[in-house]
Design a protein around this ligand. Structure first.
Ligand SMILES: [Zn+2]
Length: 510
């Protein structure tokens, strides 16, 4: 935006409300006509035209507003409900319903549950309320009835299916004594608390989170059997199936133990650009997100020699805005120094994506992105590179320096004394270690996996024998499940009285 058509006091350009709503009393005639462009001189904030004292936080937020520095882009509307400023009917619908269209949801925990991938996907659907329950299908007009097929009483919602239905609560009550099921208010929190539980089942050494996920999955399978195959199984039988499945999964895939893991060290260093090229490294940070933000950067030649550096205070902004702000300042310096071949190293992946991919003209940071792209197009040869933070330490240190600057912008024609350590290390090509990641040694892991498969095969054979002699084992979920090796008696293995179709039927229910 250039701010020429936006009223400083009356338009919602800074927050969701206009700035005059925080004032008491009418505006003066001169303030009525004040435009946003009037308080920026060459994109730098000039507060002298504002006749009312504003809190420092608001002044810092105005200062960080990304007005185009090279006069590009006109004012445009940005849809506040979406992150990239584009209009979306879905977002409009959610906002009309009073639902936050951009809830802060962290789904990563689902993929860390120690269970089967298909169960992880099932739990994700459940938490996202996208499981194809009859309630959802009837709301979509696919089925007529939304009544639970298990109890034939209530609506089949996700919550009813998992917790409230009598057939589900029977299974849960059987397991209550064996874990911390709890009863959080929301279904999402309930699932999350149990899946992430660090407790072990008291009767068998298997984490409760794993058992819990298998129980949820089995409830869903049981419901599908009833609905689509009209198969009804005894709850005790379902419980025995759950134990079998959990035990088989855990035996074949135990939690990684410390002896099977090791930390992999990765080393990175600042890479010199090819001969004839210069390299710009930039960084931006905010104390809080958003918070008081700053940016810094340095341009060096192919030998690693310092050409120019900078540090600047931005105002109250997000980290992404600070990153883009730093890139724009660095590119302007490179352009002013008439650098023809430039590599730009940035440690923000999102910022590099915004500079190299398509983006909406309604994006809140449109002016900054457009400025960067324009300056890049004016430099004959450029390349944008995503770099590790450990290889961007000079820019990172300059960004930290900026927070304590007495002025808003400082350029450095040689390395500041506080930076010499990083600068000289980069010149020498010193490697730095990035955060170690835990990996499994591949050969040891393969050997262990082979043994696990062998054990799983052995257990499957045991279970087949147990199926042939169901009376030999009274199912009781309250008792620990221990594969009974004493059943491997030669006499027992020679006899099979269970009809074949019965065995198949039990397999199909899994
Ligand atoms: Zn029900």
């Amino acid at each position: 935006m250039d701010g020429n058509s936006i009223s400083f006091w009356k338009d919602c350009w800074l927050f969701d409300i206009p700035l005059n709503s925080i004032l008491v009393g009418p505006l003066s005639r001169s303030d009525e006509d004040l435009q946003v462009a009037d308080v920026f001189s060459c994109a730098d904030f000039n507060s002298s035209l504002i006749s009312y004292p504003l809190p420092d936080t608001i002044l810092e937020t105005i200062k960080a507003n990304p007005i185009s520095k090279i006069g590009l882009g006109n004012d445009s509307y940005s849809w506040k409900g979406s992150r990239d400023g584009s209009f979306s009917m879905k977002v409009a619908y959610l906002m009309a319903k009073g639902v936050n269209p951009n809830p802060v949801m962290n789904w990563n925990w689902i993929w860390k549950i120690h269970t089967l991938p298909k169960i992880q996907c099932f739990i994700w659907l459940l938490c996202y309320e996208r499981l194809k329950t009859l309630d959802l299908l009837s709301r979509l007009g696919i089925v007529e009835s939304n009544v639970c097929p298990m109890c034939l009483v209530a609506k089949e919602t996700c919550d009813h299916l998992c917790r409230e239905c009598p057939s589900s609560s029977f299974i849960w009550h059987t397991f209550f004594s064996q874990g911390t099921v709890g009863s959080s208010n929301s279904l999402f929190q309930w699932i999350k608390d149990n899946c992430l539980s660090k407790n072990m089942c008291p009767t068998i050494p298997i984490p409760w989170g794993t058992v819990f996920s298998f129980i949820l999955w089995s409830i869903w399978l049981q419901r599908n059997n009833k609905l689509y195959s009209s198969n009804v199984f005894e709850p005790n039988y379902i419980i025995s199936i759950i134990w079998d499945k959990v035990f088989e999964f855990y035996s074949a895939s135990p939690l990684p133990s410390p002896k099977n893991t090791q930390k992999e060290s990765r080393l990175v260093c600042w890479e010199k650009p090819p001969e004839g090229y210069c390299k710009l490294n930039t960084d931006g940070s905010a104390h809080g997100n958003p918070g008081l933000a700053s940016a810094g950067g340095v341009i060096r030649d192919h030998m690693g020699r310092w050409i120019v550096g900078f540090a600047c205070k931005i105002g109250y902004a997000s980290c992404l805005r600070a990153e883009l702000w730093g890139i724009r300042e660095g590119l302007l310096l490179a352009y002013q120094r008439n650098i023809q071949n430039l590599i730009v190293g940035v440690d923000s992946f999102v910022a590099t994506q915004l500079l190299s991919c398509c983006f909406s003209p309604h994006h809140p940071l449109y002016s900054l992105i457009l400025d960067c792209r324009e300056i890049l197009s004016r430099i004959p040869r450029t390349r944008i590179q995503h770099v590790y933070r450990e290889a961007n330490q000079c820019a990172d240190a300059l960004t930290a320096v900026a927070h304590s600057l007495p002025v808003d912008f400082v350029s450095f024609d040689c390395s500041p004394p506080g930076l010499l350590l990083y600068y000289e290390a980069d010149m020498r090509g010193t490697y730095r270690q990035i955060d170690p990641t835990i990996v499994h040694p591949s050969i040891a892991l393969l050997q262990e996996r082979f043994k696990q498969l062998e054990r799983a095969k052995e257990m499957r054979q045991e279970k087949e024998l147990l199926r042939m002699f169901p009376e030999s084992r009274q199912i009781n979920a309250a008792m620990p499940y221990v594969p009974c090796r004493s059943l491997f008696h030669p006499v027992l293995t020679l006899q099979s009285e269970l009809p074949l179709q019965c065995t198949l039927k039990r397999e199909a229910s899994l």
